[in-house]
Write a protein that binds this ligand. Structure first.
Ligand code: GTP
Ligand code: PEP
Length: 221
């Protein structure tokens, strides 16, 4: 049964995943952007295939992300909030509630290249209708937040968001869903996701985390 509509927020590609840029030889921005787009593609593809998910709404200011989201079958909304991540999520939440009054809304971050559709469905079921969240692999961040049935999302993403979601009354979900918990911010995270098994888009483009990036070459006069 389809029980949740999900907002997936994505920054403008040139500004996204800045901590991952160091993994690229000479700080190669084109390769970096291709990898960020691949992370988004694998995340969105996995949630679109999750049985518990009805609609996936990508909220972004970026035209390339918008085009990629549409191609995959997600709906898209321009991020006009200019208020950061939580504002973008609330914008998406309002949009989904206008379309589906009373719906259960979720927020999923777009950097989960080892995500499996069954993990999303299992987490939705494990929440049992409560406002709940899935902590990241370190237990400090959040990868998925679900509103209660009929309740508001109240996103508190950002530094130490797991503690913030817990303090705001959301139930932590600690199920065996390594792909759902493995968000990729750094090269180390990419290594962990590689061990779990990257999705088809990321496996083709991500730098091998075991190979140190090339140093920028000295410029000769
Ligand atoms: N629409 C929108 N998405 C955002 C915004 N800020 C962050 N995001 C997205 O939220 C998700 C989680 O953010 P982070 O894990 O911090 O990723 P990031 O900000 O791209 O990474 P860093 O630059 O390394 O901090 C990513 O998919 C981001 O693209 C925002 O202001 N608007
Ligand atoms: C924004 C978040 O992600 P990260 O810690 O990966 O930046 C978060 O966990 O709330």
């Amino acid at each position: 049964m389809r029980t949740v509509d999900l907002v997936v927020p994505v920054k403008g590609l040139p500004f996204a995943k800045s901590r991952l840029l160091a993994s690229f030889g000479s700080g190669d921005r084109a390769e970096h952007q291709r990898t960020v787009l691949a992370l988004i593609t694998d995340t969105v593809s996995a949630v679109l295939a999750a049985e518990a998910v009805r609609e996936v709404l990508v909220v972004t200011p970026d035209p390339d992300v918008t085009a990629a989201g549409r191609e995959l079958g997600a709906s898209t909304l321009p991020d006009t909030s200019a208020g950061g991540l939580n504002a973008a999520l609330e914008l998406g939440e309002r949009h989904l509630r206008e379309r589906y009054p009373g719906t259960r809304v979720g927020a999923l971050l777009a950097d989960l290249p080892a995500l499996r559709p069954v993990e999303v469905t299992a987490a939705v079921h494990a929440a049992r209708g409560a406002r709940a969240f899935c902590p990241d692999r370190e237990g400090t961040g959040t990868t998925l937040l679900l509103s209660a049935e009929g309740g508001a999302l109240e996103p508190r993403f950002g530094p130490s968001s797991a503690a913030a979601h817990l303090a705001s009354g959301a139930v932590p979900l600690w199920g065996p869903w390594p792909g759902l918990r493995c968000d990729v911010d750094t090269s180390n995270d990419l290594g962990a996701a590689t061990e779990l098994g990257l999705g088809a888009a990321t496996v083709g483009v991500a730098p091998d985390p075991a190979v140190p990036p090339e140093r920028p070459r000295a410029v000769r006069a």
